[in-house]
Design a protein around this ligand. Structure first.
Ligand SMILES: Cc1cc2nc3c(=O)[nH]c(=O)nc-3n(C[C@H](O)[C@H](O)[C@H](O)COP(=O)(O)O)c2cc1C
Length: 164
């Protein structure tokens, strides 16, 4: 083995999980962000965590609203979902521009992505600084799923999305 960078390690450990994180904007709209750095944290109560760059819009919206949905989207959104990781909600209404269908979450006032394999409806439970990112801990208020939807993963160090 040789010494490698953290970025090279992230390529070597692909595929990574992939989700679209949705959060309410102050104008009542919904922002969407591509997220690979999410993980389960607890079963009782069900909890998960997402690690978001301090530069993006989504983290500040989570802090303002205290809730978000994490949608494990299907193959049908391969291109559109990737585009949600290439621009900020500060300048683009991503759901509208990229034609991503939203529907009401079963328990929260933030929409999730329609036709997903799994949707986690999450309430913010805490946060901690992690270098250039912030790690948000959330309680999962509801989970929905559809095993027939083929799951997308991130490949080549987040360079593209595809199924297994
Ligand atoms: C496949 C993929 C996975 C990504 N995963 C993350 C992630 O886990 N955390 C993060 O902060 N940014 C991640 N990004 C980058 C953000 O999605 C990107 O910075 C986005 O523009 C932020 O949007 P926002 O400013 O609307 O919040 C990822 C991008 C791609 C393409």
């Amino acid at each position: 083995m040789t010494n490698i960078s953290i970025g090279q390690a992230q390529k070597l450990t692909a595929p990574a999980p992939f989700a679209l994180l949705s959060v309410r904007r102050p104008d009542g709209g919904t922002n969407l962000m591509a997220v690979s750095w999410w993980t389960y944290l607890s079963n009782h109560p069900p909890m998960l965590g997402v690690c978001l760059s301090k530069k993006g819009l989504s983290g500040s919206l989570i802090e303002e609203t205290g809730q978000f949905c994490l949608s494990i989207v299907g193959e049908n959104l391969k291109e559109a979902a990737f585009r949600c990781g290439t621009c900020s909600g500060r300048t683009v209404d991503k759901a509208k521009e990229f034609g991503i269908p939203l529907e009401d979450s079963s328990v929260l006032s933030v929409p999730c992505v329609s036709g997903s394999r799994v949707v986690f409806s999450c309430r913010l439970a805490g946060q901690t600084e992690a270098g250039d990112h912030t790690f948000y801990l959330a309680e999962v208020a509801a989970v929905q799923g559809d095993a027939d939807v083929p799951q997308l993963f991130a490949w080549d160090g987040y360079a593209r999305l595809d199924t297994l």
